[in-house]
Design a protein around this ligand. Structure first.
Ligand code: NAD
Length: 488
């Protein structure tokens, strides 16, 4: 067992956080965590059953209906959120290690991306203070008080791949809005949200404002179906998101869905290749491609295709593949055998459908243990090919030639997804013009960036609604207008 796992409190290791207390799970069921790097079990965690889900929802419901949290002003909630942020900040190095430990994220990548979680808390703590939760508008009879109220109890459901940054977005926005929440952690990375619960306890959040359980699909579904849950904020696969949307529609529960992606990075004719690739490459297969906004399709002018392929493959060939705990490692293992076999299947499909394999393939890089697949680059990919259409969630990048700007736009938009994208060129206005024609929710010019004050989310199958920015707060608000008579 690593020193980080050994150092976790017994609460985080063996309890859930419900109604401001650390509680034992109702059943004895446990889930064993397997290291993606060694294939060895390294700890087990309690699993919530339907009784635990009911307890957590009931606590959040009580805290919403009769507790102080939704009644506080934004400025009052902000004080708690700032304290919570400071508690989390102290645990960032631990959270980075846990990201590596639980799902195999290379430690340098984890250290680089984790502060995004903190900036999300900082942003929403400060937005709660400044946001105008009420405004007044003149009417024929008098005036209307238009109030933006917390929507109610929010179920926050996160995937395994980047649990801390993702739950941070959801928890920070929901609490800032005045919602009370139940977080359902994924089985593969259950520890992150429990550490946030530990921080919430230290920050003195009122009981029931934040509740955290670890559970699988059935209990996630129970949360979605619960009549006491007013809002579901989900990040995960398209299939689950579609089921949630259908189920929530029964009672018109509010939903935000952050789903998959097949993002295009478009290099323009005038691109300065070395600087563009320096900016783009880290985002093409971050965390072995297991990140929703990975820029997995590189679109290049036909005339520059071979030059780009050579330059990009030369960079990827140098990336160190190996133990995710090693600071030099850039590509670690995939999550598990299912994920590995899925990625290999896509690589085989790419070869069968006629793409040119430039680098990598279905091999495991010679590792005796761990779910490794070599970083893989395909060139001469055409848009209808499976590898250019479906989210692979592995370190597999396709390079597609295009013939003119209209063709670049056509190819960029030619998938069912629309999460992210990027455009690279010396003329940034030309790059912006192309970005404006891309059907995607989050597009970078000459780089890729996450910013807490900017909305994040997808077009088409990539989701519904936005997280981050003012829009992320408003996703947890409901509007009430009270029309007042003229003053006597
Ligand atoms: P998944 O849909 O299998 O599971 C996600 C979460 O939903 C897990 O906690 C799971 O237990 C829970 N769940 C599963 N079935 C459920 C149900 N019927 N009701 C309620 N909860 C249920 O997805 P995954 O494999 O864990 O995650 C990978 C996917 O997530 C990829 O497609 C990736 O692109 C996507 N993702 C999207 C974003 C984004 O912001 N757009 C970010 C990260 C990951």
């Amino acid at each position: 067992m690593s020193e980080y796992i050994a150092a976790l409190s017994s609460n985080v290791r063996s309890r859930f956080f419900i109604d401001g207390e650390w509680v034992q799970s109702h059943s004895d069921a446990r889930h064993v965590l397997i290291s993606p790097a060694t294939e060895e079990p390294f700890m087990s965690v309690p699993l919530a059953d339907s009784v635990d889900v009911e307890r957590a929802v009931a606590a959040a419901r009580r805290a919403f209906d009769s507790g102080p949290w939704p009644k506080m002003s934004g400025a009052e909630r902000s004080v708690y959120l700032k304290r919570l942020t400071e508690e989390i900040r102290q645990r960032l190095p631990l959270l980075a290690q846990l990201w590596t430990e639980q799902v195999g994220a290379p430690i340098t990548f984890a250290n680089g991306l984790l502060p995004a979680g903190i900036t999300r808390f900082e942003f929403f703590a400060s937005l709660a203070e400044s946001y105008e939760f009420e405004d007044r508008r003149p009417t024929r009879r008098g005036h209307a008080r238009v109030r933006r109220e917390p929507v109610g109890v929010a179920a926050l459901i996160a995937p395994w791949n980047a649990t801390f940054p993702i739950v941070s977005h959801k928890i920070a926005a929901a609490l800032a809005a005045g919602c009370t929440v139940v977080v359902k952690s994924p089985l593969e990375s259950p520890l992150d949200a429990l550490i946030i619960a530990e921080c919430a306890a230290a920050a003195g959040l009122p009981p029931g404002a934040l509740n955290v359980i670890t559970a699988g699909r059935d209990e996630g579904a129970q949360l979605v179906q619960s009549r006491d849950v007013d809002k579901i904020s989900f990040t995960g696969s398209v299939a689950t998101g579609q089921w949630i949307a259908r189920t929530a529609a029964e009672r018109l529960a509010r939903v935000t869905l952050e789903l998959g992606g097949k993002s295009a990075a478009v290099l323009l004719d005038d691109v300065d290749l070395p600087s563009a690739l320096a900016a783009l490459t880290p985002f093409t297969m971050p965390f072995s491609g297991q990140i929703c906004f990975a820029q997995t399709r590189i679109l290049v002018p036909k005339a520059r295709h071979d030059e780009v392929v050579d330059a990009y493959a030369a960079i990827i060939a140098k990336l160190k593949v190996g133990d995710p705990h090693d600071a030099d490692t850039r590509i670690g293992p995939l999550l598990n055998a299912v994920q590995r076999d899925r990625v290999r299947g896509y690589i085989e499909r790419g070869m069968e459908e006629g793409a040119r394999l430039v680098l990598g393939g279905t091999g495991n890089g010679g590792f005796k243990k761990g779910y490794f697949v070599e970083p893989t680059v395909f060139s001469q990919v055409s848009s209808p090919m499976t590898i250019a259409q479906q989210e692979i969630f592995g370190a597999v990048v396709s390079i597609l030639p295009y013939d003119g700007i209209d063709d670049a736009v056509r190819i960029a938009n030619d998938t069912p997804y629309g999460l992210s994208g990027s455009v690279y060129g010396r003329d940034v206005e030309q790059a912006y013009a192309l970005a404006s024609r891309m059907r995607a929710g989050h597009i970078g010019i000459n780089g890729v960036e996450l910013a807490a004050n900017v909305p994040f989310g997808g077009f088409k199958l990539s989701g519904v609604g936005r997280e981050g920015g003012r829009e992320g707060l408003e996703a947890f608000l409901e509007t009430r207008a009270v029309l007042m008579p003229a003053a006597a």
